[in-house]
Design a protein. Structure first.
Length: 345
């Protein structure tokens, strides 16, 4: 049994990680900030000890005595806390994703803890083609401030003297078997606008692909790495599908539902947001456009190191999996039911 502190425990991924660690018999403490409700992906409560803290603050805002006590009573720090929004300022990313990682490192150092840092596969920047787990981090060329901040956090971890490992999920979406997800945010917000026809045009390259990975694979992978930190030490691990879905197949799957809209994929060099209708232009700039770069890239993430350490492989994804995701969104009320008139006709 390990004594494990999980930052970002109330988040979508953090809650599921805490639930799985608890089931494996570990003593789990969850660091929470504004939201103190820790739930698994199925919505069930996760009954663990919680600590209130702010990763953007030195010592997480704790007193010196509390900081020392917490550091000394845990074996492993899993650093999930991060902002995953794409519309923040550099200062906001730096406060949470970069300084937050620096403060997590300081806590682990104070207690001699190992550190499992959760980053993103897209820390690779705007690269296409094969991307191995051991490839060096780029210094520039990121699609947004989120990616740049996660790469900066990784650099801090690598420069530390800790026993560390880095877990890199790709685009985390619903469960592999049911498509279920506890909360609809980030990618789902853009998906909703596209499916409902409020954003009908997206700049996209014919070769582009999306690496959607089920949350159960990511959470299980993090738990397996946590339990194998001695073997995982000093490594970077992709928690990805290894089965990227072509953007054209993604949009075609949406269009296969008669009450949804398949967006027009426009070559980026021909796309001008200013020429869109007024409402679509506003929604594109505020939401869908934040994700437009992912419709123009074709990274193929390898996970050889992850498989070697954990023995895990991602469940099969592809268009059938996309249908499960969409069906769950409809059943949960996030996306509209088929129009009765269209269904009967």
């Amino acid at each position: 049994m390990l004594n494990i502190l999980v930052t970002g425990a109330a988040g979508l991924l953090g809650g599921e990680v805490c639930a799985r660690l608890l089931r494996e018999g570990h003593r789990v403490t969850g660091l929470v900030h504004r939201n103190r409700d820790i739930r698994a992906n199925d919505g069930s409560d996760v009954a663990i000890e919680t600590l209130a803290g702010d990763v953007s603050q030195p010592h997480f805002g704790w007193s010196e005595a509390d900081f020392a006590r917490i550091a000394q009573t845990h074996d492993l720090l899993i650093h999930c806390a991060a902002t995953v929004r794409f519309d923040l300022t550099d200062e906001e990313y730096d406060a949470v994703n970069v300084a937050g990682t620096r403060h997590a490192i300081a806590l682990a150092e104070a207690g001699g803890m190992a550190l499992l840092h959760v980053s993103t596969a897209y820390a690779c920047g705007r690269r296409d083609g094969p991307i191995a787990e051991e490839d060096p981090l780029p210094e520039t060329g990121f699609a947004n401030g989120y990616e740049a901040s996660k790469a900066a956090g990784e650099r801090l971890v690598r420069a530390s003297a800790l026993d560390w490992a880095i877990a890199r999920p790709s685009i985390v979406v619903g469960a592999s078997d049911t498509g279920a997800i506890r909360q609809f945010d980030t990618t789902y917000a853009a998906f909703k606008l596209i499916a409902e026809g409020r954003v009908r045009h997206m700049p996209a390259r014919p070769s582009a692909s999306l690496d959607f990975v089920p949350i159960d694979h990511v959470a299980r992978g993090i738990v397996e790495l946590a339990e194998r930190m001695e073997a995982a030490r000093g490594g970077t691990y992709h928690l990805v599908s290894v089965q990227p879905l072509a953007v054209a197949d993604f949009t075609a799957t949406i269009g296969a539902y008669p009450h949804f809209h398949e967006p027009e994929l426009v070559p980026p060099e021909n796309f001008d947001a200013a020429m869109l209708p007024a409402l679509e232009r506003r929604l594109f700039r505020r939401v869908a456009g934040l994700y437009a770069s992912y419709f123009q890239r074709d990274p193929h993430f390898g996970d050889d190191n992850f498989r070697a350490v954990t023995g895990l492989a991602c469940p099969v994804t592809g268009s059938d999996y996309m249908k499960r995701l969409i069906d769950y969104c409809i059943a949960a009320g996030f996306l509209a039911e088929p129009d009765a008139q269209r269904t009967s006709g």
